[in-house]
Design a protein around this ligand. Structure first.
Ligand code: TRP
Length: 323
């Protein structure tokens, strides 16, 4: 059963979109140029990301799925019956299906995603698998706080599901801010089930973000095409190359688009200049230890109640509880 968002909330989302262009421009005017990572996910980007998840080098999805399959029962015990599940960046919702299957009478599922294609696909799929579950799709940026209280009245508690180690794509201060937002959104007695990639050898980390088939490179470069489509900029994606490096000091993989030569790009009413080899930082993927992530969660007010990992300790899933 698919539930519709009320008009008022729809308007709230439209307003938030207007500030997005400013975000793009201010990023490109910094000394180290940057672009917001949410622009990765247009139709092509979503397809490429699904391909990344299947790559032999990209161990994250495979490992998280394995942990979900093995421990979904324990996760469901932590969550309890009649929970409302809110998912940040629901994507193709493969792991969600495992979670919903294991849960005892979930009362509502709220998938949130920036990509309309992803959302449409996952809602269609899940409403087929769970015909009695209420589904409230929200297209937008999950970092914009939405008050979902009117929809979750009947739920015993609110659980935010945030898999994929997407929390790693936020810098520590922003990650803490997002965890604080989840703390507010899930309310007293609520919780967060969150996937977090773990720190490991540089060689393995860099391969995961620079695969031999070049899918990640294509995914990164597609960001420029998407910006052209949305804002009418004139990036030439053939004039940039993909680069991924592990920065051990900051414990993060950094993804760049590197300008092959000197060039000027028009975006909105501005011109942006690039020197040869000048880079745009498009994404960071922070890697945590189990302890360093627990510390971050505790600093945001949560109790780190449970954690599951694979035998090699390459990936972890935490259950955080709001007392
Ligand atoms: N959350 C994913 C990660 O950090 C996102 C991701 C995977 C990604 N591969 C990427 C983002 C390549 C940009 C480029 O692993």
């Amino acid at each position: 059963m698919i539930v519709q968002l009320e008009n008022e909330i729809q308007n709230q989302i439209a307003e938030q979109n207007q500030t997005a262009i400013n975000e793009v421009l201010s990023g490109l005017l910094q000394r180290q140029k940057e672009l917001p990572c949410k622009y990765f996910y247009d139709k092509r980007g979503a397809e490429l990301f699904d391909e990344i998840c299947e790559l032999p080098e990209y161990y994250l999805t495979r490992t998280e799925l394995e942990i979900m399959k093995k421990y979904a029962g324990e996760m469901a015990d932590c969550i309890g019956p009649r929970a409302a599940v809110i998912e940040y960046g629901s994507g193709s919702a493969v792991k969600t299906q495992i979670l919903l299957q294991a849960l005892d009478k979930p009362s509502l599922y709220v998938p949130m995603d920036i990509s309309a294609e992803y959302l449409e696909y996952s809602v269609r799929k899940l409403s087929r698998h769970f015909p009695h579950l209420q589904i409230l799709p929200v297209q937008g940026d999950f970092t914009d706080y939405l008050n979902l209280a009117p929809y979750t009245r009947w739920a015993s508690k609110k659980i935010i599901y945030f898999p994929g180690s997407t929390i790693g794509n936020f810098r520590p201060a922003a990650a803490k801010r997002l965890l604080r937002q989840m703390f507010t959104q899930c309310g007293p007695g609520g919780g967060v089930l969150i996937g977090v990639d773990l720190l490991k050898e540089k060689r393995i980390l860099e391969a995961a973000y620079n695969d031999s088939r070049g899918v990640t490179a294509e995914f990164n470069l597609n960001l420029l095409q998407h910006l052209n489509d949305v804002y009418g900029s004139d990036f030439n994606s053939q004039a940039f190359r993909h680069r991924a490096v592990f920065n051990s000091r900051q414990s993060r993989v950094e993804m760049y688009l590197v300008s092959l030569y000197a060039q000027t790009v028009a975006i909105w009413d501005r011109l942006v200049f690039f020197k040869p080899n000048e880079s745009i930082l498009t994404e960071c993927s922070y890697k945590y230890s189990i302890t360093s992530f627990k510390r971050l969660a505790q600093q945001s007010g949560f109790t780190a109640q449970a954690v599951w990992a694979d035998a090699n300790h390459s990936f972890s899933i935490h259950f955080l509880n709001r007392p």
